[in-house]
Design a protein around this ligand. Structure first.
Ligand SMILES: Nc1ncnc2c1ncn2[C@@H]1O[C@H](COP(=O)(O)OP(=O)(O)OP(=O)(O)O)[C@@H](O)[C@H]1O
Ligand SMILES: [Mg+2]
Length: 213
């Protein structure tokens, strides 16, 4: 049983997109729970849209906020093979609880100076969580990258300075992600205009995070 927390204090970096993809891909290999830990409940909206579709395997989705992510999340997660928490942006109690509950923290980050500046806060929270949850594995996922710029390279250098472990897989800015989540789907499932590159990115991400490849 592995519990993944997708976290960042910064908004709009792709936390919900990452969380719904991971939880849905995990659902294909065992019962998967998606905890929406964001009071804005974007993952829950996604799940509601998904219920109107024919997609076969779905995670079970539930909403928890603040400390309940740890206290209730623990019991709930024990009934599932995999759990993914979408930890809301600014709710620090929920964010801390998610980091105490998790085995693996995934930090999606964009490649701007604002993303780098926002990391300082988050890293303090992660360090604190590690005092209570020393086995927590922390992985950074570069998201919403524009491959035409050298921003990603600059961000990688910054993350290396922070001694953070960065996943090899990089997620580019692609319409497919916005479309898929807006349909209650993941990029593999969209009916029209499948984006092979987006599917490959998500498969590589899964393989790296779940299978350690
Ligand atoms: N790789 C991507 N390419 C294009 N659009 C993306 C990508 N990832 C996310 N988006 C879009 O960017 C917006 C923010 O993404 P998402 O909701 O996943 O971020 P978030 O970190 O959960 O945001 P919030 O802090 O508001 O919860 C959404 O409209 C989403 O569809
Ligand atoms: Mg979100």
């Amino acid at each position: 049983m592995t519990i993944y927390a997708v976290v960042n204090t910064k908004g709009g970096v792709g936390k919900t997109t990452t969380a719904v993809h991971l939880a849905t891909m995990l659902a294909k290999s065992g019962k998967s729970l998606l905890i929406d830990g964001d009071p804005q409940a974007s993952a829950a909206s996604w799940a509601a849209w998904r219920r109107d579709t024919e997609h076969e395997t779905s995670p079970t989705t539930t909403c928890l906020t603040g400390k309940a992510i740890l206290s209730e999340g623990k019991g709930l997660a024990s009934g599932f093979a995999h759990t993914v928490v979408d930890a809301g942006g600014r709710d620090s109690a929920g964010l801390r609880a998610a980091l105490l509950l998790a085995n693996v923290a995934i930090i999606p980050v964009g490649a701007s100076n604002l993303d780098a500046a926002a990391m300082t806060d988050l890293l303090e929270i992660v360090e604190l969580a590690k005092e209570y949850n020393p086995d927590l594995i922390v992985k950074v996922l570069m998201t919403r990258i524009d491959p035409r710029t050298k921003d990603a390279g600059d961000m990688l250098a910054f993350l290396a300075e922070q001694k953070l472990s960065v996943l090899r897989t990089t997620v580019c800015e692609r319409v497919a992600y916005r479309r898929a989540t807006g349909e209650g789907a993941i990029v593999h499932e969209v009916a029209k205009g499948k984006d092979k590159s987006a599917i490959e990115e998500m498969n590589n991400f899964y393989d790296e995070v779940v299978n350690g490849n």
